[in-house]
Design a protein around this ligand. Structure first.
Ligand SMILES: Nc1ncnc2c1ncn2[C@@H]1O[C@H](COP(=O)(O)OS(=O)(=O)O)[C@@H](OP(=O)(O)O)[C@H]1O
Ligand SMILES: Nc1ncnc2c1ncn2[C@@H]1O[C@H](COP(=O)(O)OP(=O)(O)O)[C@@H](O)[C@H]1O
Length: 171
């Protein structure tokens, strides 16, 4: 599971990771934040309860996939440590210790805001989006990530290859 602020680079790195896994002959399911919000969590908002339910659903689906030997790559913001821990527990209960890998895409708020690819930070600063992660809603930095990625010094390609190496056991 990737975690990080909006615009940190989760989807970009996760998308490339999926391609690399497929090239390595692995079957992989991508549970991207935006797609999950459209298909699995359409009725949920961005309150703490909404986010928790969303991330637990992702964890549950990933656990089912992992249980049957598949690989799920997930890329939600997942701002709450306890909820990420729930997802970890759900997956490890089904697929064993070490089967859940947390990747913190640790792009700073200042950098995400400078990119502001979707214009969401500007809207959040104007008060047009309530409860926006990093602006008016919390992001709890992980202390239990298996990998931490600094996108200032690591390209998306290199980041995806680092995660791939970790997943394929080349640690
Ligand atoms: N209030 C608020 N806060 C944060 N993000 C918001 C909000 N409203 C809409 N969006 C858009 O929703 C995307 C994040 O959804 P997630 O499902 O990943 O969030 S969470 O894990 O449930 O917290 C996020 O997408 P990414 O930019 O890809 O992370 C935003 O585009
Ligand atoms: N080193 C990097 N790794 C990942 N994305 C990067 C990097 N440098 C710049 N970017 C850009 O940052 C943006 C990240 O957007 P996205 O992947 O949708 O983030 P998220 O899914 O975390 O919201 C993209 O436009 C991407 O091209």
């Amino acid at each position: 599971m990737f975690t990080g602020l909006s615009g940190a680079g989760k989807s970009t790195i996760a998308g490339r990771l999926v391609e690399l896994l497929q090239e390595a002959g692995r079957t992989v399911t991508l549970l991207d934040g935006d797609e999950v919000r459209t298909h699995l969590s359409a009725e949920l908002g961005f309150s703490k309860a909404g986010r928790d339910a969303n991330v637990r659903r992702i964890g549950w689906v990933a656990a089912q996939i992992a249980k049957h030997g598949g690989l799920a790559v997930c890329a939600p913001i997942a701002p709450y440590a306890a909820t990420r821990a729930d997802a970890r527990r759900l997956v490890e209960e089904q697929a064993g210790p070490g089967s859940f890998v947390l990747v913190h895409v640790a792009t700073s708020l200042a950098d995400c805001e400078a990119r502001d690819r979707k214009g969401l930070y500007a809207r959040a600063r104007r008060g047009e989006i309530a409860e926006f992660t990093g602006i008016s809603d919390p992001y709890e930095e992980p202390t239990d990530a298996e990998l931490t990625i600094d996108t200032r010094s690591t390209s998306a390609e290199e980041s995806a290859r680092r995660v791939l190496a970790h997943l394929l056991g080349d640690r």
